[in-house]
Design a protein around this ligand. Structure first.
Ligand SMILES: Cc1cc2nc3c(=O)[nH]c(=O)nc-3n(C[C@H](O)[C@H](O)[C@H](O)COP(=O)(O)O)c2cc1C
Length: 142
């Protein structure tokens, strides 16, 4: 663990004073069924979400939703993955126990081995500039 300018870093995570958590993992993965119930999450996603498998698997993906995220963003996500099979966008998620983290998510529609529709989200770390732009845009949305 290291401490620097009111930042605490441990296990690839950096905790900023205002609650933001930065991560060093390259990507955070999760998969849902066609209704958005989580069926898989990578260890990197569980770590940044501060969740155990049982907190997330079998739950609606909205368990990680941050209250500041506009409904319009998720309407766009669902409309787009259902119509076109993919969506990309910026998402601020709430961390269990407090804090938050930003991701740039690519959500894709896929088909499981039984022929059922499923969705996969691959998240990477956005730049500070992209986070600022997303924040400004989302402040104008419902
Ligand atoms: C594959 C996939 C990944 C998702 N990942 C997130 C996520 O990380 N955070 C989030 O708030 N919503 C995520 N969603 C959207 C949620 O299903 C949900 O629409 C959103 O949290 C808003 O909640 P609500 O629809 O109950 O209002 C994801 C959806 C899919 C299909």
């Amino acid at each position: 663990m290291s401490k620097n300018n009111n930042e605490i870093s441990t296990d690839g995570l950096t905790f900023l004073e205002d609650g933001e958590v930065l991560y060093s993992d390259l990507y955070l993965l999760s998969e849902t069924d066609e209704k958005g119930i989580v069926e898989y999450a990578s260890d990197s996603f569980l770590k940044i979400a501060n969740m155990r498998v049982e907190d997330l698997i079998g739950q609606p993906h909205s368990v990680v939703r941050h209250p500041e995220m506009p409904r319009a963003a998720f309407k766009s996500l669902w409309d787009s993955v259902q119509a076109k099979g993919f969506w990309t966008g910026y998402v601020k998620n709430a961390r269990k126990g407090g804090g938050y983290y930003w991701v740039y998510a690519t959500v894709l529609r896929s088909i499981d081995k039984n022929g059922k529709t499923k969705y996969v989200s691959i998240r990477v770390k956005p730049s500070r500039e992209d986070i600022k732009k997303a924040q400004e845009l989302y402040a104008t949305l419902d």
